[in-house]
Design a protein around this ligand. Structure first.
Ligand code: ATP
Length: 351
């Protein structure tokens, strides 16, 4: 017999959602799925659309229900950035996706990378950002002509939940300190509640973690002067957004800053950067931030779906991209000369 017809390939271990998004999203997601497949990750992708890409394909809204349903069903997604029109048009799809799936906690590790020299050395920070409320509640009103209000929402449930999440994260990762960034001297009630909940969670069961509070503007200056004095930064929604980009600038920019959004049972992994329309379609995008997000995703799968093979692949991917950076095989945003596709090939060659 030439062929054993009874042979069936092993079922794929993890079915995950892939959201290419807009701008450089399709380029970087394609690069990262190529690398994951070359690394032997046992993944099957369900591709879904969001953002302008969804509208372009005939969806009646930028965040189709099928996309929400797919992430709800499969639990984990890898996502490119989705465009958000400025001052008008549809509301932010990135924000809506996190809110509708209740992915309340964003984690953005900010680390210096060997082979990516910057003004700072040995930066090792984690930004934990509240994802569901604050000024991102999207409640804005025209009171009368020329008078607009924008509502900052803070609830005990969300403030307590993100504080507990941050402390649990700090404990599980062996981090030493949490700094809460706030402006409670001005926003006494909303930021005051954020602080109250953080203090309370700390005293309830996390006193082994050092705890401190800093006013956000002073903290920005202190971060730029000496990032080494900080460890985990706990922020409400808007502060977390701004601080993430500020910290990204210390380690080489948005091309090297990964991220993840966690809920109780689901997670979406996406880079901190946006759609970068200035470089879209030019093969210039750095896929590393999304690749690093994919490494976080594999570690999440290893921990939550008891699949140690995922952690092993995550380590190989880290070694491969670190080897590239060390050897100067970098994209242009990091001072290198490689295109998105050449960098992708360089990583694959080192696997
Ligand atoms: P959006 O409106 O979607 O947030 P944006 O261009 O305002 O898009 P980012 O996409 O975050 O904001 O980009 C900011 C700058 O960083 C741009 O000049 C962009 O080219 C650069 N940049 C962002 N991501 C990358 C990347 N992955 N590789 C290379 N350059 C990047």
């Amino acid at each position: 017999m030439l062929f054993d017809l009874s042979y069936r390939p092993c079922p794929v271990k993890h079915t995950l959602v892939l959201i290419p998004g807009d701008g450089i999203g399709p380029e970087v997601t394609e690069a990262v799925t190529r690398i994951l497949s070359a690394a032997g990750a046992d993944l099957e992708w369900v591709e879904c659309q969001a953002g302008q890409a969804a509208l372009d394909r005939g969806a009646d809204r930028a965040l189709p229900d099928e996309t929400i349903d797919a992430v709800t069903e499969h639990g984990v997604a890898l996502k490119g950035p989705c465009s958000t029109p400025i001052a008008g048009g549809f509301p932010s799809v990135n924000v809506a996706l996190r809110r509708r799936l209740n992915l309340f906690g964003a984690v953005r590790p900010i680390r210096s990378l060997a082979g990516v020299p910057t003004r700072y050395e040995n930066v090792d920070l984690v930004v934990v950002r509240e994802n569901t409320e604050g000024l991102y509640s999207g409640i804005e009103n025209t009171i009368t002509e020329g008078v607009i209000t924008s509502l900052k929402v803070a609830t005990v449930t969300a403030c307590r939940r993100i504080a507990k999440f941050a402390f649990e994260y700090a404990v599980s990762r062996g981090r030493r300190k949490i700094t809460v960034l706030h402006k409670a001297n001005v926003m006494k009630l909303s930021d005051g509640l954020f602080l109250e909940c953080a203090r309370d969670e700390h005293s309830r069961g996390f006193t082994q973690i050092e705890y401190e509070e800093r006013i956000i503007d002073a903290a920005c200056m202190q971060l730029v002067q000496d990032p080494g004095q900080f460890d985990v930064l706990l922020c409400e929604n808007l502060y977390g957004d701004v601080i993430s980009d500020l910290c990204a600038g210390m380690v080489g920019g948005l091309g090297v800053t990964p991220g993840a959004n966690f809920g109780d049972r689901r997670a979406i992994f996406e880079a901190v950067h946006g759609t970068a329309p200035d470089i879209m379609g030019k093969n210039l995008a750095n896929p590393l931030a999304l690749l690093m997000s994919a490494v976080m995703m594999l570690n999440y799968l290893a921990a939550n779906r008891e699949d140690p093979a995922c952690a092993e692949i995550a380590n190989r991917l880290k070694d491969a991209y670190s080897g590239c950076l060390d050897a100067g095989e970098k994209t242009r945003d990091l001072g290198g000369t490689l295109s998105c596709s050449r960098f992708t090939e360089a990583v694959i060659a080192r696997l």
